[in-house]
Structure formats: C-alpha cells, structure tokens
Design a protein around this ligand. Structure first.
Ligand SMILES: C[C@@H]1O[C@H](OP(=O)(O)OP(=O)(O)OC[C@H]2O[C@@H](n3ccc(=O)[nH]c3=O)[C@H](O)[C@@H]2O)[C@H](O)[C@H](O)[C@H]1O
Length: 443
C-alpha cells in the first residue's frame, strides 16, 4: 500500500457465493461507503442482479457491483452460480467452478487495483493474489465466533456434516480440491492481523476472545449488520394476514436459503404446529427443479385443519419485515447465523431446530444468551418429533415458563438498537490504519 496516497480507500469485497454471506458483506459495504470508502462488491451475476435494482433505488454512489462470470459447466448453468436454491449435490461443483474463475478474478483485481481486499475464508487463491501484489487482505467471517473456523472439528462433535462445498472431504482424502479446513487455514495464514466478524461482544465476548487466541489475530466485531426492512420487501397478502393476529401470537417458521426439509421433517413439523395450536407463518422452499406443490408437500388435509390459523409462503418471504411485525412471538429457525442475529435484532425468541454446519453451535449460543430454546431430537434416532416441536413452541410463546426467554429477547433487542453503529466506526478506523492512507472520512 502507498502511505502517501490520500482520498477514498478503495476496497474490493469478495464474499462466498451464498446469500447468507453476501448479505452481511453488502450491509458492511453500505456502512463503509457512508464513511467515504469506495466499495467494489464482486460476485456472480445471479447473486448481484437483485442487488443492482435495490442499490439503484437507495443512495449508495460509492458502491459498485462487479460481475464475476464463472466458467460454463454443463451441470452449473448461470442461474445455478449461487447457493440459493442450489441442489445440495452441486455445492462442490460450485466451489470448484469458483476456483476455476481465479484467473478472471485476477483480471478484475488488477483492473480495480484496490487498496484493500475484504474476502471470505473459502477462496485462499484470492488472498494469495493480494499478497503477491502487496495489497492487505482482511477476512470477514459471516458466521459466529462460537463456530470459529479454526475449530471446525467442533462441527463433527455436534454430529453434523461439514459443508462438502470443496468437493473434497474434510479429512482431505486426496480429493482434487482443497478441503474446507485447508481453505480456511490457508486464508488465515496469509491475511493481515485483523479479522472482521459479524458479531458483537454482548453475545459472544468469550468466543471472540478465544478466536483471537486461536488465530493470533485481532478480531474486530462489525456488530449485528441487520438490513432494515424496506418498502420493497412489502408483500401485501402477508401483511394483511399478520395484521389480523394478536400481538406475539404467531410463530414464524423458516430454514434459510440452503436447507430443505425432508418429507419426514415436514410431516413432524406440520403435526407439531397443529399440536401447538399456535398460529404460524411457514416459508416452504425447495431446491431448483425439485419443487413440490404445497398440497403434496404437507400432510393430508393439513390446510383444512389449519384454516386461518396458518399461512404457507412458498419460495421466499420478507423475513426482516415479518420478524418486525408485532404479532410474531417466536421463530422456528434452523439457526443460520443471519437468522439468529435478525431474530435478536427484532426481539423475537428463537425455537432452534438446527440442521447443518454451524447451526447446532448457533442454537447452543441462543440458549446461552437466553433468547431461545432448542427442539431436542429423539434420543436414539436424532429425529425431529412432533410432540417436542409443539412443547417448545408452546413454552416459548404461551407458557409462563417462557417468560424469561421473552423478556431477555426484548432486552437484547433494546441493547442492539442502543448500539447504533459503534462497531462499524471501529472497523473503519482499523481499515484506515491498515491501509496507511489519509482517508478523507467524516463520521
Ligand atoms: C453464514 C451462513 O449462512 C447460511 O445461510 P442460510 O441462508 O442457511 O441462513 P441465514 O444465515 O439465516 O441467512 C438467510 C438469510 O436469508 C433471508 N431470508 C431467508 C429466507 C426467506 O424466505 N427470506 C429471507 O429474507 C434471511 O433474512 C437471512 O438474512 C447458513 O445459515 C449457515 O449456517 C451460516 O453459517
């Protein structure tokens, strides 16, 4: 970096191709651009297209979206170049396709000539490129410190598979691409001494400190970074249904953008919702090309039994808008990190139903912070059971026993609101120091 340079620091941001990663990068880009950082956000066209329209409506002149075209692969057409809606068996293919795009990324990098690269921890070749050009790299971890990257073995302890996104196994059984753990370790070894994380000390202080010791880096929390619901998220039919419900009387059910319930899980969840007698709004999603119609996807006569007591939303729902609504009293969630933080921001207690990756650890954190309870799986078969689903929903939303959780969720939401953007100011300071440029920032 050129210490003599002044003006706006130019940041190239390069998240992994997942909605749950791109959203936090975009929110950080918005906040840094308001502090005069020039941001270039790089991803595949299918990931950037919905952002183009949104950013055009909002006022972020210092954010530029940069298309990265992956090499054409027979089973990975352009609309599959994202994890959103991608059939699970293609995750490794997507990871390999991104690796194959490293020369294209190198051309983008040299054309933009950034002062700083903010990158995910799955693309070590991007970090290597920056190091070779003497440009500092900062990694931005979009999941919690509790599931910190260095202790990936923790995922095994919780009995869930690692994301097989690298095509190879985590045990590096000679697969042609790097294992997830190797990607992360290589990234951490090459990057600068600070690492950003989408978290905050009020919920993760001990895990953030532990991560700093493990990685020997200064861990800089960026705060909750929750996108405030905009008018564009309005879905009149959903708002109309919610407006008819009493305060805190409805449970919202969603499993993020990458997990799809099995038939058996849908059955148990559906019957659990019926048994709970709590009104619900349930986002029902299927991978591209595997969509089932709602009538066949749910138990026989479910719609008739539920009547106005439940609303099924297919494919996509305005999650922040729903969580913000006064009638929502709980969130049955897979505990993806983005959903956990959003539920905390809007003060909605979580009924954890973790599935994969970091989600069991996120569910553990939710319990430790006191803003939710976890649906325990069957002792022998670790399966979801309808009676347990109903028990936890009723406890969190209705019963006296859930009062502490409901109160703690409200308290944490007020704490988050009171923080404003304190963490982002510190992030901006750290990046200016790292780049050694007289950055003209006013905030
Ligand atoms: C970091 C990684 O993100 C992954 O993303 P995933 O999409 O599964 O879940 P979230 O992180 O909750 O992210 C999901 C995001 O999609 C939004 N949404 C989802 C469904 C919908 O119908 N409408 C919406 O607006 C939601 O508001 C959230 O922002 C995995 O969790 C993984 O565990 C986590 O470590």
């Amino acid at each position: 970096m050129d210490a003599g340079k002044s003006g706006n620091i130019r940041v190239l941001m390069f998240p992994w191709l997942a909605h749950g990663h791109i959203s936090p990068f975009l929110e950080l880009a918005k906040k840094l651009s308001k502090r005069n950082f020039q941001i270039y956000l790089c991803s595949t066209p299918v990931n950037l297209h919905p952002l183009k329209e949104k950013l055009a409506r909002l006022n972020f002149p210092l954010i530029q979206l940069v298309d990265l075209h992956l090499p054409p692969l027979p089973d990975l057409p352009p609309h599959y170049q994202t994890t959103k809606g991608l059939p699970h068996h293609l995750l490794g293919t997507l990871e390999n396709a991104l690796d194959m795009a490293s020369p294209t990324f190198a051309n983008i990098f040299t054309r933009i000539n950034p002062d700083l690269l903010i990158c995910d921890i799955f693309q070590p070749w991007a970090t290597s490129l920056a190091v070779s050009l003497n440009i500092p790299t900062v990694h931005f971890v979009t999941f919690g410190a509790i599931s910190n990257p260095v202790e990936l073995k923790g995922f095994k302890k919780t009995g869930v598979a690692l994301p097989n996104i690298s095509g190879g196994s985590d045990d590096q059984n000679g697969s042609e691409s790097l294992s997830l753990r190797d990607r992360i370790v290589q990234c951490l070894k090459q990057s600068s001494d600070i690492m950003l994380i989408k978290s905050f000390r009020e919920i993760e202080a001990k895990y953030i400190d532990n991560l700093s010791i493990l990685t020997k880096k200064k861990i800089v929390p960026v705060g909750p970074l929750v996108q405030e619901p905009g008018e564009e998220d309005e879905r009149a039919e959903i708002t109309e249904w919610l407006n008819k419900k009493d305060p805190s009387s409805v449970v919202y059910v969603s499993f993020g953008t990458e997990y799809y319930l099995s038939k058996e899980e849908r059955e148990e969840l559906a019957h659990g919702l019926l048994l709970s007698q709590v009104s619900f709004i349930w986002v029902l999603r299927f991978p591209h090309g595997e969509k089932i119609n709602v009538k066949d996807a749910l138990p026989e006569g479910f719609a008739e039994m539920v009547g106005e007591g439940g609303l099924i939303v297919e494919d996509w729902a305005p999650q922040k808008k729903i969580l913000e609504h006064a009638c929502i009293g709980g969130f049955v969630s897979h505990c993806g990190w983005g959903s956990v933080i959003e539920s905390m921001r809007f003060g909605v207690p979580i009924i954890g139903m973790p599935m994969l990756y970091d989600q069991p650890l996120n569910a553990k954190l939710v319990g430790e912070v006191g803003v939710g309870l976890e649906i325990k799986r069957g002792k022998n078969n670790r399966k979801i059971e309808r009676e347990e689903v109903a028990r936890v929903i009723k406890q969190v939303l209705v019963e006296k026993g859930g009062e502490n959780v409901r109160r703690r969720a409200r308290e944490l939401s007020e704490c988050i609101l009171g923080k404003k953007d304190r963490e982002v100011d510190q992030v901006a300071d750290e990046l200016v120091k790292l780049c050694g440029i007289n950055h003209s920032q006013v905030w």
